[in-house]
Design a protein around this ligand. Sequence first.
Ligand code: WT7
Length: 659
Amino acid sequence: MANSIESTLVETRVFQPPEGFAQHANVSGQAGYQALLEAADRDPDAFWAKQAREYLQWTKPFTKVLDESRAPFFEWFGDGELNVSANCLDVNLKNGNADKIAIIFEADDGVAKKITYQELHDRVCQLANGLKALGYKKGERSIIYMPMSIEAVVAMQACARLGVTHSVVFGGFSAKSLHERITDVGATLVLTADEQMRGGKAIALKPAVDEALGMGGCEAVRHCIVYKRTGGKVAWDAKRDLWLHDVADKQAKTCEAVTVGAEHPLFILYTSGSTGKPKGVQHSSAGYLLWAKLTMQWVFDAKAKDVFWCTADVGWVTGHTYVAYGPLAAGLTQIVFEGVPTYPNAGRFWKTIQEHKVSIFYTAPTAIRSLIKTSDAEAAVHPKSFDLSSLRLLGSVGEPINPEAWMWYHTNVGGGRCPIVDTWWQTETGGHMITPMPGATPLKPGSCTTRLPGITAAIVDEVGGDVAAGQGGLLVIKRPWPSMIRGIWGDPERYVKSYFPPELGGYYLAGDGAQCDKDGCFWIMGRIDDVLNVSGHRLGTMEVESALVAHEMVAEAAVVGRPDATTGEAIVAFVVLKRSRPEGDEAIALGKQLRDWVAKEIGPIAKPKEIRFGDNLPKTRSGKIMRRLLRVVAKGEAVTQDISTLENPAILDQLSKPV
Ligand code: WT7
């Protein structure tokens, strides 16, 4: 990972919260942070009950807070009832935000479209009414395969309004990945678009849905609702397909929000684990929304005047919590961005911030690193060529941010005056867990700093014992928290096995290696399982391996991650073919063919950066692939480890040379 132990240990710079910021912050100074931390530690139930009453509107108040009777299947506010969409929209109409801009949609081509809270509410209600008219109701599951758009947010909110559990699939995933999710989640409805626009190019979405629905096992899907984004030509199944505007536009602009239990699954989002099949991470309604709203206040210091921009796609958890739900629940104006950071040029982020006077900007280290390269070469796209004075807070998410990138972000984008919140969290945690509070926490470049109130993050050894400050270990969360994962859809055993292994005595296992320094600051060292982080996207090595061996030419494959200056990690695949080992031009051609194959099987994000062919793979005498050796040769380093258990040592030589 970008953040090796060595580099973290030498990092000594500390940035105190700017005085002016701290003065007006929602959580102000160390005293403010400590007070919350102590209150949450002293009596967690009372603390969470207070927050849940203050931050959420309940249709039926809860009487229970945390129910541990079925641990590790925890319940929060279990007998309470509410509706998430009402808490994001109706609340704002009541609070005088009806005419406030809810979303500024910044299209790929730079055209901006604005929509108020009243208009957003009306459109969510119209689609919800349309879905209701088609017979959709609480307890069903929908798949949303849509581009970044107001319509995608409307689709998610409309489902939430009816109690239909959504599962958003990132538009970059293949038809096969989409099919896997449609069938696993048991969807009855699919929402998609004709095409999406990215970097000036139209990319088709509907054909992938057609292909997925044609693969069998999707008979439960009654309708495919299509948002007309580009007007590109699409195939049409008159019995199944409907235009979104035909479903929604004639409907009434009010729709009573369906009350659901606090634990009702708001969404299921698939993410990679250490085995081949992605896991459907199930989230609740109340605990999840509480966390989305609370972290908007605590971590993003949300104020009525803010213009918030989270660049994540709604296909990832960041786009759920900090696009579709959090900013709306907090009543902010936010940017929804369709494009890519490098189109029409690498100044796109800065130009957009300047134009819409963005005050809070939240993006991924991989984007920052790629922009550093171009802007250092080209003054016109350098952040210094733009007026970024509206910014007051920056955020980072998805992977460790290396201190050099942190400093560049702080100096050039933040003008040295904006705190950076480096937020550590996961699909499973629902929202921020370890992060600075910008008006309270001293910042250390490369560290996600301290735990949020009520989040009992700690570093432990293999049997759950606390390790000393500065020692590496497993990152765990000792007590449940409101927005935690509620289960893996359809696989309770895997949930227990993955996150609550018995040897840790009930702690939540995050899957990251980390250390905590003497100031209580956490330094994430990377995953401890076979999960890779490529450009902030999570991928299982087994997932890529399964895709490779599904190719008729491939006998065996092993996939590892290699540190990469831009993408954090890059995928390197070692492949044994059923035929003899190719060399020279043939190896290059076959490598390309296999890389394209993986892109088609999973999606372009899973494409290996490099493929190396071998006569065999390094294995122990009992036949286990020694991935740790492959990680060394992928980096181009010499193997210095003990290889006495290796059955075929000569193979390392062959695999150490790139094609
Ligand atoms: C994994 C979770 C967080 C939402 C987007 C990714 C890594 C995430 C940080 C950070 C170091 C980070 C971890 C984690 N990660 N944020 N600030 N510093 N590492 O969610 O796809 O579920 O991935 O991303 O390894 O386990 P995800």
